[in-house]
Design a protein. Sequence first.
Lengths: 58, 146
Amino acid sequence: MNLSHFEALAVFALLVSTVFGLITKKTPREQFRYGVFVFFSFIGVAILVGWLMYPLPW
Amino acid sequence: MSNANSPNESADSESTTPAVPRLNPILTIAVCVSGFVLPGLGHILMGRWIRGVLLALAIGLMFLFGIAMQGELYVSDLSQTPLRLFGFFADIGVGLMYWLAEHSKLGVGNMSARTYDYGTTYLWVCGLLNYLAVLDAFDIARGRKP
């Protein structure tokens, strides 16, 4: 399997956010909302940090 | 005339609170061990079908992705650098799947593969997530969580 970095990141975020949502919240609605929040947080922070590191020469 | 602090009223309010079922210690250990061996099984045994199946799918898929991305499963080889023991501890958290993969010669790891680092991280994290799932099953079994 030869995923790109972003694809691997997205799959990682999806699976981890599923588990985090399931074990930290009680009701299905809360679990879904928290899972979606964690998923987009993973993606957003990765893109942000990627752009912050982009001008670094080393 | 009513008294807000009467003992009868407090007893009534306690009786209306839904009781969270609590397993005995031996069943709690059985649930935790089964959840450790097969991710999600502890929740399924307690009747949390949906939660258990979703945990099994998420953790199992993560393990399979890690193997497919040519990640490395660490072994308990004390002759190697001691820091690898942390990776071994994370890897064995996934239970039976680690043992099966290890005995099938999967998870050898190919450092020249582009996805080696991601695959190895997937394998660590799915084991660590299963530790969290076991703790969640423990909390449910002891009545700390609905």
